[in-house]
Design a binder for this molecule. Structure first.
Ligand SMILES: Cc1ncc(COP(=O)(O)O)c(C=O)c1O
Length: 451
């Protein structure tokens, strides 16, 4: 049995899969935060190009990937599907464990799958500069590289705690030509407000999004790009799961369990959505989102309309949320510190088509090290949440005396996250469950618009 199941370049999927066409209950529309009416294309066009707005609201099942985008994607795609023989041996399990490895992208994670089309459509629309936020630094790196490929300027607001913990991410973004600003920053009204109230704020993705959106909305030649959550981002990431299904055909196998870590939902959805279609069509398959207990959006949040950012500049989205002004603890998986969740994944969770589990960080780092020692790849701390979930499912199989086929998304490598591993080895990391009273406080400030 092969270790790497690969596809030829010519086998790369040429269309993205839009699950909205097949969902039994469609996600509700984004709402204009002032009128509370469904947002109109004009509401979004201050910061997004029309091609992406069209994808955001599209009900078409299949959407063509432009040739120019495919050309760039083939720098690293199709990505390999690995059969984790050595991990199976280390765990002494009859389970078949597979992982789709997205760390082979030059940016180091799955994020380049959407930054490339987003940069492409903006360039086509005549935009000069893109702004964005980044948590772990992976999204900022991916957008910086995509902007460099298509010829756009790029400004990245980086969550301050990550900016300080991950200096080499800044270097990589600088190599690709981006400007990187620690957030909250004095550059925007949203940043200045947070700094006035909390001068030593660690920042959060919500705050950084407010800054990037404000910057884009106040400059005519500038648009904004979001690395997760929105429907068009989920769409672009489905290339992961579409490839994986072809690879499973080649392997003569099919998963019983599909797992992805969950921040805003893009790598999880990218792998999972093509399999959710099979589940909608009657396949008996479990699909699990693995989130941090320090930021338990899916397992302890509520389903409601909420802002995507902290300052309340974005349209309201129907999603599981911990409240838009929720500031999570500074856990090292910076990319999972987001208060909300993709409306598509939120609706699927509500409908029982996917499930969610939360994990504390010590177990996650232990799982990451076990994986690295067996398979060699140092996983991103975000991706390691999926690995911890896999190990728990293998344990459950052991107890039940069963064997399952499990696939997870190894969304990125952790070679620029070694500071977090050092902190783990030095005993500086603690398990943290976000306190219920803080969640309730944040939820009390939700917009009064049930989803
Ligand atoms: C490697 C990696 N995996 C996962 C995530 C979480 O984001 P999402 O849930 O959108 O995949 C991030 C976010 O920065 C990341 O860098």
């Amino acid at each position: 049995m092969a270790t790497k199941i690969t596809l030829e370049e010519r086998e790369i999927p040429r269309k993205w899969y839009n699950i909205v066409a097949d969902m039994p209950n469609k996600p509700g529309p984004p709402l204009n935060p002032v009128t509370l009416e469904p947002a109109k294309p004009e509401d979004l066009s201050a910061i997004f190009p029309m091609a992406l707005i069209e994808q955001e609201v599209s009900g078409e099942r299949w959407i063509d990937i432009p040739e120019k985008v495919l050309e760039i994607l083939t720098l690293w795609r199709p990505s390999p599907l690995y059969r984790a023989h050595r991990l199976e041996e280390a765990l002494d399990t009859p389970c078949h464990i597979y992982y789709k490895y997205e760390g082979v992208s030059p940016a180091g994670s799955h994020k380049l799958n959407t930054s490339v089309p987003q940069a492409y459509y903006n360039k086509e629309a005549g935009v000069r500069r893109l702004t964005t936020e980044t948590g772990a630094g992976q999204w900022g790196t991916a957008l910086a590289l995509a902007c460099n490929f298509v010829g756009l300027d790029c400004t990245v607001y980086m969550v301050k705690v990550s900016y300080e913990q991950k200096p080499y991410r800044k270097s990589q973004m600088a190599i690709y030509g981006a400007e990187v600003i620690p957030s909250p920053s004095p550059r925007t009204a949203a940043g200045r407000k947070v700094l006035a109230e909390t001068p030593d704020s660690l920042g959060s993705l919500g705050i950084a999004i407010s800054e990037a959106v404000e910057d884009a909305a106040s400059h005519d030649d500038t648009n904004y790009a979001l690395g997760s959550v929105l429907n068009h981002v989920m769409l672009h990431q489905t290339i992961i799961g579409l490839e994986a299904k072809e690879q499973f055909k080649k392997a003569g196998d099919y998963p019983d369990i599909v797992i992805g870590c969950f921040g805003g939902g893009s790598n999880f959805s990218g792998l999972a959505l093509p399999f959710v279609l099979d589940k909608i069509n009657g396949k008996d398959i479990r699909i699990i989102a693995a989130e941090p207990a320090a930021c338990p959006t899916l397992t302890r949040g509520v389903f409601n309309y909420d802002f995507g950012d902290t300052a309340g500049l974005t349209p309201l989205l129907p999603m599981y949320t911990l409240g838009h002004d929720f500031v999570p603890a500074g856990i090292h998986a910076g990319g999972l510190r987001y208060h909300g969740a993709a409306p598509i994944a939120s609706q699927l969770l509500r409908d029982g088509l996917i499930e969610a589990q939360a994990f504390t960080q010590l177990g996650v780092f232990e799982a990451a090290c076990l994986f690295a020692r067996a398979e060699g790849i140092v996983p991103a701390p975000e991706s390691a949440h999926a690995i911890k979930c896999v190990l728990d499912e293998v344990d459950k199989c052991k107890e039940a005396g069963t064997s399952k086929t499990i696939v997870f998304n190894l969304s990125g490598h952790g070679l620029l996250d070694l500071g977090a591993y050092d902190a783990y080895f030095a005993g500086k990391l603690e398990d943290y469950q976000h306190p219920q009273e803080l969640i309730e406080k944040a939820l009390a400030r939700l917009p009064k618009v049930p989803a």
